[in-house]
Design a protein around this ligand. Structure first.
Ligand code: DQA
Length: 146
């Protein structure tokens, strides 16, 4: 079977991993995590591309690119998760499988993090496992794309 293609999108402040609140988000850089995701996904016959932006519109354009270029998408929308109806609408527009990911357990933190406005457009959400949240999402995606 042909390799499936998955886009991994990271939103605002996730380029600051390893510097930003390491007690919550860990000591690894986003590049290091992405390298680990690439090897893990390869073992499952999935090719991952990566996109990070701090700008909502750029994230929306990346979501739109999933329509023609990818089989599915793993997204950590950062704080946009909690209030971006534009990102919700973009995911709905594309109609491919999206999995929501968070490094931290958003349900065990501040009240505003308990709401995800993008969750209804995603197949499911994985939160609280640090970088393993991404690996779990890749594994779930493998099953979805069978
Ligand atoms: C996050 C959780 C969000 O609440 C926060 O704004 C982030 C990171 C996570 O991965 O745990 O930027 O999405």
């Amino acid at each position: 079977m042909a390799m499936k293609k998955v886009l991994v999108i990271n939103g605002p402040n996730l380029n600051m991993l390893s510097i930003r609140e390491p007690g919550i988000y860990g000591n690894q850089t986003l590049d290091e995590i992405n390298t680990n995701i690439t090897s893990y996904a390869k073992g499952l016959d999935i090719a991952c591309d990566f996109f990070q932006s701090n700008c909502e519109g750029e994230i929306i354009n990346a979501i739109h690119s999933v329509l023609k270029q990818y089989d599915g998408c793993i997204i950590n929308a950062g704080a946009y998760t909690h209030y971006s109806y534009a990102i919700l609408d973009a995911i709905k527009a594309v109609g491919k499988p999206f999995i929501e990911v968070h490094l931290s357990n958003v349900h065990a933190r501040e009240e505003f993090r308990k709401t995800s406005v993008i969750a209804p457009a995603c197949v499911g959400s994985i939160a609280g496992f640090g970088k393993n949240s991404y690996f779990l999402a890749v594994s779930a995606m493998k099953d979805l794309l069978k």
